[in-house]
Write a protein that binds this ligand. Structure first.
Ligand SMILES: *Cc1c(COP(=O)(O)O)cnc(C)c1O
Length: 526
């Protein structure tokens, strides 16, 4: 494209903005191919989303064509607005099909109702909102509480913060990292809106005693949510596989379980933005819905937090679920189970490492046998050079610093498992030679005396400089020293500092001078 080609896009109209003191970066529209090339170039610094070496955040089935199918389905429905199901009845058909599949897999019956959401966090938020409203309307609870094992996903704390519930955090068993039913039951009061258990927990990959907790909750007339966001699809299908141990009952078939969340964008291997929240019945589900007719615009009924809602992720989920099918998912679960078992055994055999809890699903938490000799965050930095991303989990409560591995089907296969284990063995040797990342004890002591709520800009600045974070927000290449500092701080101080760190990354690009625009890869503009 040359400068004389009539530009497409926003630049077509003589833009008044172009005459102002701050011309926007796109005075004239750019060529689509050049733009897509620039997007591709941006991806080069990201972690890979396929191949199984990124062991958190991304899920790869390892099957050919799944990602392409999801993208094509998504593109067809990207512009369809799930806000109005009367205008776009296709979304009702697709949602009923997807929710129906989830309900059949996860112990639903004829009464089961559900909602397709944008992800696990939204499913958890809505489970809490629904429980709060249910408690208020049916029991007159005005100061609602949420009873949570300490291992529950952060999304429930977010829900409590957003929707005004008090959290009651209950420590888990220090050896198994599973919730203890009697302790959860003892935390229930007349103000309890919801008790939550995980199947499995994200951090340790263990399944809470769902049946016991749900029974206690039911006896006390309280709702019980199972967070099967990460493991529901995997465990549900693993039950159909031969020759593997089957998980304990964790789903809606368990008496007392009143809602359950399961993410499709995890072990459903579909495009991001896909989760299902199931309820025991539509009467419970309705408490979380929002309806509004008291304004001059269109009457509103929202089952989720979004207003305008692309049907793209729903269409992608439907297509991928239909394509892989129950047999396909069962086979993928079997592969993931085998890969997880071989990895856990292999990691346990590496001198200096230990697997924290016996993995009951597809997640592994790896800690150091002796943290004074080996820093697992240094191991993570080291193995990143080999193209593996293992996710650091800082010490919390009785859980020591460890690395999280989400095992997806792309990891299955002897070659990948073997290469991860040998790379890990070498990374451990290098990390041991390097020694643990050191934290200045004086810094920790000073930090312990800080009141997170009273920190002004200068104290924040100082704290971040000490932690090795530059004023421009640039994160250091090696994360172990930063994590060592963060881990040594009280969690509330970390919660005060983290948004400051991340906030520095996000600042609007200053207006781009026209000269820089001419440097676009396709040479347009200028
Ligand atoms: C991933 C996850 C969530 C949150 O889901 P997002 O899709 O990341 O919003 C909630 N609970 C558990 C156990 C999870 O693993």
């Amino acid at each position: 494209m040359t400068a004389s080609t009539p530009p497409a896009g926003p630049g077509r109209s003589a833009s008044p903005a172009g005459r102002g003191p701050h011309p926007g970066p796109v005075a004239r529209g750019a060529d689509p191919r050049g733009l897509l090339g620039r997007l591709d170039a941006l991806r080069e610094t990201d972690l890979p989303v396929r191949g199984g070496r990124t062991m958190a955040y991304v899920y790869d089935s390892g099957l050919d064509g799944v990602e392409e199918l999801a993208a094509a389905a998504q593109a067809r429905f990207a512009g369809v607005n799930g806000l109005d199901m009367t205008a776009f009845p296709s979304v009702v058909t697709l949602e009923n099909a997807v929710v129906g599949r989830a309900a059949r897999l996860l112990g639903g019956g004829p009464e089961t109702a559900g909602t397709f959401t944008s992800g696990g966090t939204e499913s958890c938020l809505l489970a809490v909102l629904t429980a709060r409203e249910h408690a208020r309307r049916t029991r007159g609870v005005t100061s609602p509480e949420l009873v949570l094992p300490t291992t529950v996903h952060a999304a429930f704390h977010k829900a409590a913060a957003l929707f005004g519930l008090r959290t009651v955090s209950v420590p888990v068993d220090p050896v198994t990292y599973r919730a203890r039913p009697e302790d959860l039951a003892a935390a229930v009061t007349p103000d309890t809106a919801l008790v939550v258990v995980s199947a499995p927990s994200y951090a340790h990959g263990v399944i809470d005693p769902v049946a016991e907790v749900a029974a206690e909750a039911e006896r006390r007339g309280v709702l019980c949510h199972v967070d099967a966001c990460i493991g529901g699809w995997y465990l549900g299908h693993l039950r159909h596989a031969d020759g593997v141990p089957h998980p304990p009952a964790f789903d809606l078939s368990v008496p007392g379980v009143t809602s359950l969340s399961v993410d499709l964008h995890k072990y459903g291997y579909t495009a991001k933005g896909a989760s299902v929240l199931l309820f025991r019945d539509a009467e419970l589900r309705r408490h979380g819905w929002f309806a509004h007719a008291s304004w001059p615009g269109y009457p509103v009924v929202n089952a989720t937090l979004q207003g305008t809602k692309s049907a793209g992720p729903l269409a992608a989920a439907w297509a991928v679920l239909e394509h892989i099918g129950t047999d396909g998912y069962t086979e993928l679960s079997r592969r993931v189970h085998e890969a997880t078992a071989s990895l856990a055994a292999g990691i346990g055999a590496i001198d200096g490492l230990r697997v924290l809890a016996r993995p009951e699903a597809s997640l592994i938490a790896v800690a150091a046998e002796d943290p004074a000799l080996l820093d697992v965050f240094v191991v993570a930095d080291e193995i990143r050079a080999d193209g593996w991303y293992l996710q650091p989990q800082p010490a919390f409560g009785g859980s020591p610093a460890n690395l999280h591995l989400t095992v997806t089907a792309a990891v299955a296969g002897e070659e990948t498992v073997h290469s991860l284990l040998s790379d890990l063995g070498r990374a451990v040797a290098r990390a041991r030679a390097l020694g643990p990342a050191a934290v200045d004890p004086a810094l920790v002591e000073a930090a312990a005396g800080l009141d997170p709520d009273a920190l002004g800009p200068e104290e924040v600045e100082l704290a971040l400089t000490l932690a090795g974070i530059g004023a421009d927000g640039a994160l250091p290449e090696r994360m172990a020293p930063v994590l060592a500092v963060l881990q040594a701080l009280p969690p509330r101080l970390t919660e005060r500092l983290l948004p400051e760190v991340i906030g520095r990354l996000y600042h609007p690009e200053p207006a781009v001078p026209p000269a820089r625009e001419a440097e676009g890869p396709s040479g347009e503009g200028g």
